[in-house]
Design a protein around this ligand. Structure first.
Ligand code: ATP
Ligand code: MG
Length: 331
């Protein structure tokens, strides 16, 4: 699903590469923690997966696409299969919760019928079904991040990439966010999460990929944050990790009881994407499109009532391509 082959990333004007000969593969359905000290290359890795950057050397394959050969024009379609979550939530402050979630779907031309079911479903999946009419500033940080996750998953992506999603949250709210990410993964979505949060990593016993100064120094199937001298551990973070660990243990008890029911009622996709994992390494850069999205793209442009360019979101949401009449997959 995601493969790094001898990936090196050099930024202009820097001496040492941010990533240096990285090799790893993430399979469908995995939950992977990317850990390492500040500056070790975690965000650089995630940016390569999102195709916000391409490697200086080596290859990054995501959902069967080589991000180097994928054209800029196709990139928005590629990204529709990837949900992203960031430390700073990135909600639109003048939109309600529901509008924040439906906005991305409107931009990519999803049908009204799809939006009508998908938005409440996404809210339910993050446990905030009653908050649709609120404004972001009326929510706690943890709730805002759960809305950002709802937005990331509403188009039912195959993979969610999260860069320090709990970085701005206190231990208890961090736990809520982790529970949501866990349940999304339990329902089959691949999750790759960069974090400094040792408590979660130790507790969850998932795969851990550790970077140190751009080099992959550990890839463990059921890892912990570990006794890594490379990781800069500040005392308050350690305390915070311990509190988070205790809270997560309690939360996981609840989750164990509720998860099965949650998945069986809300995770099933009534309109599965046509091709969740495109043919590996084909030369074609066609990316999965569901029928109704494609139809709408070809006929009418979506009605947008916000200046996404000003918000720096046009590219991410695919709007940059919306005036392009050559849309949709070619194969
Ligand atoms: N756009 C850029 N231009 C130049 N150097 C960059 C750029 N982005 C990142 N770097 C450098 O690349 C290295 C890796 O940065 P990266 O942001 O990937 O680290 P990180 O592990 O995410 O760190 P943190 O935990 O602080 O978020 C750092 O040395 C950083 O200074
Ligand atoms: Mg980072």
């Amino acid at each position: 699903m995601i493969r790094f082959e001898k990936v090196t990333k050099r930024y202009r004007g820097t001496k040492r590469p941010a990533l240096d000969g990285i090799d790893f593969e993430v399979e469908r359905g995995e939950f992977v923690f990317l850990v390492g000290a500040s500056g070790s290359g975690k965000s650089s890795c995630l940016r390569l997966m999102m195709r916000e950057d391409i490697p200086s050397e080596g290859r990054v394959l995501v959902l069967g696409r080589d991000t180097r050969t994928l054209s800029d024009r196709r990139t928005p379609y590629f990204r529709r299969n990837i949900g992203t979550v960031f430390q700073d939530f990135r909600l639109l402050p003048t939109k309600t919760v529901s509008q924040n979630i439906s906005f991305a779907l409107k931009v990519i031309g999803r049908s009204r019928a799809f939006i009508k079911t998908a938005v409440p479903e996404a809210l339910e999946r993050v446990g905030l079904e009653s908050m649709g009419k609120r404004m972001p500033h009326e929510l706690s940080g943890g709730e805002q991040q759960r809305i950002a996750i709802a937005r990331a998953i509403v188009n039912r992506p195959a993979v969610v990439l999260a860069d320090e999603p709990t970085g701005n949250l206190d231990p208890t709210t961090s736990v809520e966010v982790m529970r949501v990410l866990e349940s999304i993964n339990a329902a089959g979505t691949t999750v790759v999460m960069a974090t400094h949060e040792a408590g979660f990593v130790d507790q969850m016993q998932r795969r851990v990929i550790e970077l140190s100064e751009g080099v992959l120094v550990r890839d463990e199937q059921r890892g912990s944050y570990g006794d890594t001298s490379a990781v800069r551990t500040l005392r308050p973070e350690a305390e915070r990790g311990a509190a988070a660990l205790a809270a997560l243990t309690a939360a996981q008890e609840v989750q164990r009881e509720t998860l099965t029911g949650l998945i069986s009622t809300s995770e099933r996709d009534p309109e599965p994407e046509a091709e969740p994992e495109p043919q590996a390494e084909t030369d074609s850069d066609a990316v999965t499109e569901s029928g109704d999205a494609l139809e709408t793209d070809r006929t009418t442009l979506p009605q947008i009532d916000v200046e996404v360019d000003e918000l720096g979101m046009a590219d991410r949401l695919g709007l940059a391509e919306s005036h392009d009449d050559e849309v949709g997959p070619t194969s």
